[in-house]
Design a protein around this ligand. Structure first.
Ligand code: GRF
Length: 201
């Protein structure tokens, strides 16, 4: 059973998808700590509800990015976290932090990367006028949403979609690939070779 630490900044619906999945006794991972950089967000309540340890490490209370990330890393070590999941964590992690968790940090993004990285992937897709968007899970590297891709799911853009309807349909797929990516990682089925992720049977 792999120990998972989840970093959030908000609603935590992707966190919830992992919490739901781990109710299944054969799920190979367990969330041991949820860390938010914001006070009072819904994701913290979701974790508390199922008795998972939560911490707020507010970036505004630290004088540097390094000090903030050090505090987070310390907590992750304290809980002996093996996999770090960014589930709507709205800050970039520095190379210094990532070196402490090599090939152990994964992120979810609401577009088919490498298209529309950064903020508001759904709005970017609508503004660009693509017919298909979707979501991506990937290992985190030093870039913004540039790391090796684990799973993707395409979501068609409908004629009368607006940002909220598209976001909702993409989110439903996010939850599936999030759980599946975590499961594959925990089962040791992801092999990284350069920027390619091989999925072992
Ligand atoms: C998701 O759309 C995720 O892809 C993006 O931020 C959003 C977080 O949603 N990185 P939630 O907090 O998991 O509900």
């Amino acid at each position: 059973m792999k120990k998972i630490g989840v970093l959030i900044s908000g609603r935590g619906s992707n966190l919830q998808s992992i919490l739901d999945a781990q109710k299944e006794p054969r799920f190979p991972g367990k969330v041991v700590v949820v860390i938010s950089n914001k006070q009072g967000v819904q994701g913290l309540e979701r974790a508390k509800k199922v008795d998972i340890a939560t911490h707020v490490v507010d970036n505004k209370e630290y004088e540097s990015r390094t000090a903030h990330e050090d505090a987070i890393a310390q907590l992750l070590f304290q809980y002996e976290v093996e996999l770090v999941v960014l589930a709507g964590y709205m800050r970039l992690l520095s190379p210094l932090f990532l070196k402490k968790f090599p090939d152990c940090v994964i992120n979810i993004h609401p577009s088919l990367l490498p298209a529309f990285p950064g903020m508001c992937g759904q709005r970017q897709a609508l503004e660009y006028g693509v017919r298909i968007s979707g979501c991506t899970t990937h290992f985190v590297d030093e870039g913004e949403d540039t790391g090796p891709i684990i799973l993707q799911k395409a979501v068609p853009i409908l004629q009368d979609d607006d940002e909220s309807s598209l976001t909702e349909r993409i989110l439903a797929e996010e939850h599936k690939i999030m759980v599946e990516s975590v499961r594959l990682w925990c089962e040791g089925k992801l092999r990284l070779e350069g920027r390619h992720v091989h999925i072992l049977e």
